[in-house]
Design a protein around this ligand. Structure first.
Ligand code: ZN
Length: 256
């Protein structure tokens, strides 16, 4: 595993041969529930895959409190696992991981959750991450589900300081050989303040297909799903001046 992107070493390193895009094209998205990454960032992640990025998706719960069908309820973890893999496949993402042992609706930014996220950060060593906001947006309360806030908080604590501190969760190094890693950049979904938007118009159909794959959550919407996603994406595009009729996804982009 390379540690050449460790921030502590960066000022002392010689310049890379190509200054254009020296970072490995590895990205990691961490979310609380199946479908969160697809609602917030499907078009963006599909674009990264198209550019040759290897994208890993980590989902912290199985979303078993979701859905509308009593009969499906017992099987919901397995249904949502399958739906997420199908949704990610629409975007070209094949590395989909679920954490075990975290209950939907009960997520907290515990040290246990932080450690589980640090483990995956150190395994994947992402040049970019997509994360959820740890701050509630009172104007978009559905985007600020308490599990999203908890996942966002655990993930930001995992990014800094835990993943890059060799003395945080030292057993990850001792027992699993996972060396510290500093994440250079992360994109926050669902934050009230966005500073960066991606034009996803050309990939909008894949975003819709991904969300349709979450059949247990979106099946009842029928054609309204497309219209809802389009309206939301056009609003984002308009706010970020992407152009008339364009569709966007917006983030708080943090480059460290
Ligand atoms: Zn969610």
């Amino acid at each position: 595993m390379s540690s050449k992107h460790d921030a502590d070493d960066a000022p002392h390193r010689p310049q890379p041969e190509s200054a254009e895009d020296p970072a490995p094209k590895t990205a990691l998205a961490v979310v609380a529930h199946p479908d969160d990454a697809d609602f917030g960032a499907a078009g963006t992640l599909a674009g990264w895959v198209d550019e040759g990025w290897e994208v890993t998706l980590l989902v912290c719960t199985h979303g078993e409190q979701g859905g509308f069908d009593d009969e499906q309820h017992e099987r919901m973890p397995e249904i949502r696992d399958r739906e997420q893999r199908a949704a990610s496949a629409e975007l070209g993402i094949t590395d989909v991981r679920f954490l075990q042992g975290y209950r939907d609706g009960w997520l907290q930014p515990t040290h246990e959750l932080q450690k589980d996220i640090v483990r995956v950060i150190r395994q994947v060593r992402p040049s970019r991450m997509v994360i959820q906001s740890s701050e509630r947006d009172y104007q978009r309360i559905n985007a600020s589900h308490p599990d999203h806030l908890a996942c966002g908080e655990a993930t930001i604590r995992a990014i800094y300081p835990a993943a890059e501190n060799q003395f945080a969760f030292p057993e990850l190094l001792r027992e699993e050989g996972l060396e510290r890693f500093s994440v250079p950049e992360f994109w926050v979904m669902g934050h009230a303040t966005t500073n960066y938007a991606v034009d996803i118009t050309d990939r909008f159909d894949r975003k819709v297909a991904a969300l349709r794959a979450h059949e247990s959550q979106t099946g009842h919407l029928g054609d309204e799903l497309d219209a809802f996603l389009r309206k939301w994406g056009e609003l984002v595009a308009s706010r970020h001046a992407l152009g008339h009729g364009r569709i966007g996804e917006a983030f708080l982009r943090v480059i460290r």
